[in-house]
Write a protein of this length. Sequence first.
Length: 366
Amino acid sequence: MRKTVRPAAPFYPDLAGLDAALSASGLARSPRAAAAAELRRTSAAPRVAANGVHWLPVPGWNLPWLWAGFSTRKGGLSRAFCAEDAEGELNLGLTAGDERQAVLANRSLLAEAVTGSAETPIATVKQFHSNLLLRASAADAGQQRPRKAGVPSDRSSSLGCKAGVPSDRSSSLGCKADGLMTGEAGVLLAVLVADCIPVLVADRKRRVVAAFHAGWRGTVKRIVETGIGRMRLEFSSRPADLIAAIGPGIGPCCYAVGEEVISEFESQFSYAGELFRQVYDADPVQQKYPMLFLTQRAPGHSLIGPQIHLDLVEANRRQLLAAGVKARAIQLVGGCTSCQPELFFSHRGSRGHAGRMMAVIGIRDG
């Protein structure tokens, strides 16, 4: 029998009105239950670059050799996902609905905003919700013709991929992976997201950087823990020297999941129950008149019963901790992509009609 989900105790403001109404009827709200509003996380105001790009730097990351940040949807040239009379947007994914040249121009704008130069190459991979990693080099991201070499048995090296960069200076390394790492300067590593969790990691001592794409499948496969393990193996990184940033992604307020996801997490993590929460819809009528919505149906059979929501941000924070990164070295940047459609693209929030954002990290030249 599958064990019962035991979410963490609430640490958000009380639903005083609902609690008072239930108390008057001799009832009490379950401490395992929450409303979406209780779990909502919002983003700080983004930085606006001189070229108009709105992006989120990582607070406290003032290392002179480090580039890092998270894009938003604001400040670009794409028009595929906005109203006709709206300003252009910063879609960074080569999606079917957008024009390729607009996306490539947007990538140059982001590179300029983060590094100061639109010529800084951006290295990406074909993401597919795995725990596979790629070691990228400046040569991979800057060469003008394809190169091919042997494939290592662990499948985590860039040497197994063809890599060629078109004149737009934005490169897909040509292989499937969900993590990138490098110790070489002059290139931005990037992962694309539109609800999944982007995680950036930097080694302060050895000047090594990495970027990870963590959807629920990649999280279950321990993409972040695996990635830090590869940094230790390939670059001799020490967890005590690492700093990490978790960027905007879908929050526990909006990320309802089914039994498959719950079972997958419970099979992998002893703390899985702490990642889930029962969440009731934030219906304003239901919140104002809760007694009208009480039923005699068994738990789980009511049409207005709770859904189970997953906290992917916390899941990846726990992986950073498990890998040895200090809690004080982990920054949470940004809010829920589904809750802030004016600032972020959200695949779930837009029912699949969404652009893509980027999390980027790199080592400065010189």
